[in-house]
Design a protein. Structure first.
Length: 272
């Protein structure tokens, strides 16, 4: 369904009944990336699948500022208000993990638990953030100049996603089609507005989170295994699951394990 949230049209689907579980996709994805889990998860939870701005069937604002983290988390808070939800479990992958963590940091009373897959609290220093902003802005410009087909081919071949090439051809084709379903301008604006270099760094504030947190990373993704391990050391109530034979995209590479890890974590919270 379409929902207007703080002046922008979002594509939002709600499925199932029970405690709310907000699902936030990665860069160049959409809420549809969670569909393989919907049948099982919706039997216990009220799932909220959202296309973030610049992605899928949600709006593509022209103002880059409308994509920034403060605006995005304010949208999520308003979304929960519109749905009559006081607080939700929140799961985010990659870009979605950064959004989920930022939402938990800025709206602590709205998040029951947090699940972060292959993501980070941002970059620790201004020097790192500036370098990443320069890199993201260059990529954004190239996406606009070369188009969505160029981006989909390029993004599918970066080293971060090398382990995805082991998936069956039909899965790779579906992933390619999902990337192609976005607009070049939308992805470019998203990079400029909510890329890793643009967001606040939460490293020093991680200890303030008192909710249960689950960190998931694939063992083949050494960078994000290291980030997740460092995050766990700073969080008060966290679990770390490093998944064998998976890279950055655990939920696609090891879907059954991912399903079990997520549901076990949420079930444990419900029993407390």
């Amino acid at each position: 369904m379409k929902m207007v949230i703080r002046g922008q049209q979002y594509q939002v689907n709600t499925i199932g009944e029970g405690e709310p579980l907000l699902l936030i996709h990665g860069f160049s994805g959409s809420g549809a990336q969670w569909m393989p889990f919907v049948e099982r998860w919706s039997s216990q939870y009220r799932l909220i699948l959202i296309d973030m701005l610049g992605h899928g069937r949600s709006a593509v604002p022209s103002e880059v500022e409308r994509y920034d983290m403060e605006q995005t988390t304010a949208d999520l808070a308003q979304l929960l208000d519109e749905l009559g939800i006081d607080a939700a479990h929140v799961l985010g992958y990659s870009m979605g993990g950064r959004i989920a963590l930022s939402f938990a940091m800025q709206y602590k009373n709205r998040v029951r638990s947090l699940i972060v897959e292959s993501s980070s609290p941002g970059l620790a220093t201004e020097q790192e953030r500036q370098a990443r902003r320069d890199s993201d802005n260059h990529l954004a410009d190239t996406i606009q100049q070369q188009g969505i087909q160029w981006f989909a081919d390029y993004w599918g071949n970066i080293p971060l996603f090398a382990s995805l090439k082991r998936l069956p051809e039909i899965k790779l084709a579906q992933l390619q089609q999902a990337r192609l379903s976005n607009s070049a301008f939308g992805l470019a604006q998203s990079l400029r507005g909510i890329g890793t270099g643009q967001q606040p760094s939460w490293w020093e504030q991680l200890g303030e989170l008192t909710i249960p947190v689950l960190l998931i990373a694939g063992e083949l993704d050494e960078k994000y295994c290291g980030i997740a391990t460092a995050m766990q050391q700073r969080l008060q109530r966290s679990q770390l699951k490093l998944v064998a034979d998976a890279g950055h995209n655990v939920h696609m590479e090891q879907p059954h394990l991912f399903d079990t890890i997520v549901m076990t974590f949420l079930d444990e919270i419900r029993m407390v």
